[in-house]
Design a protein around this ligand. Structure first.
Ligand code: ACM
Ligand code: ZN
Length: 762
């Protein structure tokens, strides 16, 4: 180690003369925020002479700490079993006066003592110690002689026993190495459940010896563009990951979906379905759910379920097994003679009761193996299985109902806990699901509904966030959607309500982001993206742009000349920005001269149509009026999010006429069309432009056919430009023909929606 003190440590030295200094001036930023944290005068010097000593039971925690410190510094710290703390040492021990998961961390001038009510608690003490070290310790190359740790007394324990994060590896497969990294990151945040969603219509990802076709066939799909995509975990992979998770005190809860989301399994074994197939592993996620689900009228289905679960139970020691239960269409069952005869025999009245029958049979199998069943809140429908734990995802209602029935509940509502939803303005974000769940919304969630009684509240055993990977094609994108929202989740799951504070969390998060940076995680800085609001002034024919930020200490700098903004070349934002010529606004948030956000960029197109009167052939749908009267001519473009409030949506063909007020020289018309097949929105079949001098007699200026591939997962904007010989016109009529949706949409009305914004005339 070289003799260089970190600036962090120096900073601490200077501030140490005050006895009662706050956490941040001591650079203390532990996430999740501990229950109690007292800061003392003085510090512990971590150097190559520091020893790690441990009570015998704490060997693996001591190894973890030593290995962490070794990677960071290259030093081989002395490691020794001992029953008492000693000078210059970090001591790890159990303390039976503490509860399970409860730890104390005491840092004093000459020693560090971590005590835990169990091994897991000691591990959490080590994780808190880790967060008192510099973020640079997350990677190698720390070569100072001494690192100063602030003297603290921490006593800490979790609010909830279930602190979960989910990952769907069905839509997109994630490597074994990535799953381990994900587990590492759960541990850093003191999360303790990894809900591993292993089977989907789009891919079966777990090897089952008795049914080899599940992975030979079910793990592979032909993408819409013809590419082959897939992957799976062998049982050896799974054993390795389970063991790795155990070392990190994380329980893996596998999810094997029944009875819906099962097309990949039935592509391999079509005899498990009502119709007998054949089926392909599903390639699309933009056209609703598969109607084909396991057939409960077939004894083979239950034999399959028992055999699969037996192997799953052998692989996963978790007391909980998740069996899905969500989003199961009942249409095939209602038409199936095998299902009908089962319903007659068992006195089952409808599809919901049949689903409940299915789930209760799974429950029996799990209970026989001494395991507990978790299911999504649909398992309440048709009668809840007796011992089931309910995962409430369609809001909190299912969880509330289950808690009132005396059942355990995990809250994971899609209002707050779906990390596949946008975390910022869709204009500046990669494609995600519709709604916005920003960092603050996650942070401010309280999983315990106030409508429950004191006893019922005890039934809320925890909280979880979910990552469905339709729009996360790779591991880097999973990281982007997970971090830093996992940090907010960690405080929801761990920190007592009275210790939670969004403002203080915002002061702690930068250090965690530095840790992510050192760990090579593609975390999102969306919390710092300047918020942007536009309003259009029709009389002045100009756009007023208002910028704001979540970080009151920071400044926004912007440019309008397409150059990248920084404090030297850019304007510091104070008042709304007026845009009256075509401009690209670029903005960035700065704190103490350093950029906090990414640069955001948005172009406003001031053209001949701005603020002109628009007359529609058919009016836009009531739900998609955009900003109103001038939506198509306000210079502000819609984003890839259909519901961003900038799109005009039409259930039929689209036609409108723009009155430029008097004759203008024009030579082109350009419009943007959205395609998002998951919302039944497609680019039109063709786009036409007509012009007129008097508004009566129109002549055609041009037409474009748009043979765009209509099989696309995700969303995109197509700009269509029609150019013509310069001419004089006052009235411009544009027309777009609604196209036909792919037959997979499985609906009687295959007319697509047209979403348009905007009409640019030059
Ligand atoms: C779910 O999001 N379908 C549980
Ligand atoms: Zn059937």
């Amino acid at each position: 180690m070289k003799k260089i003190l970190l600036s962090l440590s120096l900073f601490w030295l200077f501030s140490a003369c005050h006895t009662k200094v706050d956490e941040l001036s001591n650079n203390i930023a532990i996430i999740p925020q501990p229950v109690t944290l007292d800061i003392k005068k003085g510090n512990f010097e971590l150097s190559s002479a520091t020893r790690i000593i441990f009570e015998k039971s704490q060997t693996s925690n001591a190894d973890f700490l030593r290995s962490y410190l070794h990677t960071a510094t290259g030093v081989n710290f002395d490691l020794k079993e001992a029953n008492e703390p000693s000078k210059g040492a970090i001591f790890l021990t159990l303390d039976k006066s503490l509860k399970p998961s409860q730890y104390t961390l005491n840092i004093a001038e000459n020693q560090i003592i971590i005590k835990g009510g169990d091994d897991k608690a000691v591990f959490y003490g080590v994780q808190s110690l880790r967060q008192l070290l510099p973020p640079s310790f997350e990677k190698s190359g720390n070569t100072s002689d001494i690192y100063l740790l602030p003297n603290v007394n921490i006593k800490d324990w979790p609010r909830f026993p279930y602190r979960g994060l989910h990952l769907d590896v069905g839509r997109h497969f994630m490597s074994k190495e990535f799953i381990k990294k994900y587990i590492d990151m759960l541990a850093l945040h003191k999360m303790d459940k990894f809900h591993w969603h292993l089977t989907e219509g789009q891919g079966w990802r777990i090897e089952i010896k008795k049914y080899p076709k599940l992975t030979d066939i079910g793990a592979w799909r032909t993408e819409l563009n013809g590419d082959k995509y897939g992957g799976f975990y062998t049982q050896e992979d799974i054993k390795e990951i389970v063991e790795y998770a155990q070392e990190n005190y994380i329980t893996i809860i596998p999810e094997i979906e029944f009875p819906g989301h099962s097309l990949a399994a039935m592509a391999a074994y079509p005899e498990l379905s009502c119709t007998g197939g054949p089926f392909d592993v599903r390639a699309s996620w933009c056209v609703g759910l598969s109607e084909d689900v396991y057939c409960p009228g077939t004894p083979k289905t239950f034999e399959f379920m028992e055999n699969v679960l037996a192997e799953v139970i052998d692989l996963f020691p978790s007391e909980y097994i998740h069996i899905g239960g969500d989003e199961c269409p009942k249409s095939r069952w209602m038409e199936c003679s095998k299902c009908k005869s089962l319903m007659d025999k068992e006195g089952i009245a409808d599809g919901e009761e049949l689903q409940s029958y299915f789930i209760k049979r799974i429950e029996k199998v799990l209970n026989k193996h001494n395991r507990k069943m978790i299911g999504w809140d649909e398992i309440l429908e048709g009668g809840l299985a007796e011992t089931a734990t309910v995962m409430s995802w369609r809001g909190e209602e299912g969880g509330i109902e289950a808690a009132k029935m005396g059942r355990d509940v995990i809250m994971t509502p899609n209002s707050h806990m779906y990390f596949d939803y946008y975390q910022g303005n869709p204009v500046f974000e990669p494609k995600a699901f519709d709604d916005r769940i920003n960092l603050r919304k996650v942070y401010e969630y309280d999983p315990v509904p106030s409508s429950l009684s004191t006893d019922e509240k005890q039934r809320i055993i925890g909280v979880q966030a979910n990552l469905w990977t339709e729009f996360m094609p790779n591991e880097s994108q999973v990281e982007y959607m997970t971090f830093p929202r996992i940090a907010a989740l960690a405080e929801v799951a761990w920190t007592p309500l009275e210790n939670k504070s969004w403002e203080k969390f915002m002061l702690r998060i930068p250090k965690m982001m530095q840790r992510y940076e050192a760990l090579g995680i593609n975390y999102s800085k969306s919390v710092y993206t300047p918020e942007l609001k536009e309003s259009f002034d029709n009389t002045r024919k100009e756009i007023k742009v208002t910028l704001s930020t979540n970080e009151p200490r920071a400044k926004i700098y912007y440019t309008l000349d397409d150059s990248n903004p920084d404090p030297e070349n850019a304007i510091e934002y104070s008042d709304p920005i007026i845009i009256n010529t075509t401009s690209t606004l670029k903005a960035c948030l700065y704190l103490n001269g350093k950029p906090l956000s990414n640069i955001i960029s948005k172009t406003y197109e001031i053209n001949k149509s701005i603020g002109r009167k628009v007359v529609f052939g058919n009016p836009p749908s009531k739900s998609y009026q955009g900003t109103g009267e001038f939506n198509l001519v306000n210079g502000v473009r819609g984003s890839i999010a259909y519901n961003d409030g900038q799109w005009n949506g039409f259930k039929n063909d689209f036609e409108c006429t723009i009155d430029l007020g008097n004759l203008h020289h024009i030579s082109s018309v350009r419009s943007g069309f959205l395609q998002d097949l998951s919302k039944w929105i497609a680019v039109p079949e063709y786009f036409e432009v007509y012009t007129s001098k008097d508004g009566v007699k129109f002549s055609k200026a041009g037409k474009k056919d748009l043979p765009l591939p209509r099989h696309i997962n995700g969303s995109s904007i197509l700009d269509v430009l029609i150019e013509f010989e310069p001419l004089q016109a006052r009235y411009i009529k544009v027309l777009a023909k609604s196209s036909t949706l792919p037959k997979e949409h499985n609906t009687s009305d295959l007319h697509s929606w047209i979403f348009v914004d905007e009409i640019i005339i030059d």
